[in-house]
Ligand binder design. Structure first.
Ligand code: HEM
Length: 137
C-alpha cells in the first residue's frame, strides 16, 4: 500500500541516506520556486549533480559530524542578487522540507543552522554592498 509521508511516523536525521533525501527534495523545490529557481539555475547550469553532492557533504559535516566538506560556504553568495525575502523563502522551503520528513534533535539543529547561516550571509552581503569592498573570504 502507498503511504503518504505525512502518515508515516517521522524519525530524526541519522545517516547519509537521510541527508540525501533532504537535500534532493529541498533543491528540487528550490529549482521550481519562482523567486529562487532562476538564481540557482543560472549559476549552477549543468552542474546540479556536483552541487547536490557538495551539499550532502556540507550537511553531513554539520549534522552528523562526518567531516567530508572542506570549503568556504560564503564566497559563492557574496554577489548574489538577493534580499531578505530570498533568504526568508529559502528558510521556508528548508523548514517545510525538514518537517515533512524528519523530527528530533538533528532536524531542529538543521533548522537552527539554516537560520544562522542565512542571517550571517545576509549580514555579510549587505555589509559588502554598503562598503563597496571586496570580500576577503
Ligand atoms: C537566498 C538564499 C541562497 C541562494 C540564492 C544560494 C545560492 C547558492 C548558489 C548559486 C550556490 C552554488 C555556487 C556554484 O557552485 O556555482 C550555493 C552554494 C552553496 N550554498 Fe547557497 N544559497 C542560499 C542560501 C544558503 C544557505 C542559507 C546556506 C547554508 C545553510 C547555503 C549553503 C551553501 C553552501 C555550503 C554552498 C557550497 C559552497 C562551496 O562551494 O563550497 N546557501 N548557494
Amino acid at each position: 500500500m502507498y503511504i503518504k509521508s505525512s502518515e508515516m511516523a517521522l524519525a530524526d536525521i541519522s545517516n547519509l541516506e537521510d541527508i540525501q533525501l533532504l537535500v534532493n527534495t529541498f533543491y528540487s523545490r528550490i529549482r521550481e520556486n519562482e523567486l529562487l529557481g532562476p538564481i540557482f539555475n543560472e549559476r549552477i547550469g549543468d552542474r546540479w549533480q556536483e552541487h547536490l553532492e557538495k551539499m550532502y557533504r556540507f550537511w553531513q559535516t554539520v549534522l552528523l559530524e562526518v567531516h567530508t566538506y572542506t570549503g568556504s560556504p560564503f564566497p559563492p553568495h557574496a554577489k548574489l542578487p538577493v534580499e531578505a525575502l530570498h533568504f526568508d523563502t529559502w528558510l521556508q522551503i528548508w523548514n517545510s522540507t525538514l518537517d515533512e520528513f524528519f523530527t528530533g534533535e538533528k532536524a531542529s539543529e538543521a533548522k537552527w543552522r539554516g537560520y544562522k547561516m542565512a542571517e550571517m550571509f545576509m549580514y555579510k552581503i549587505e555589509y559588502y554592498r554598503n562598503n563597496d569592498a571586496k570580500p576577503l573570504l
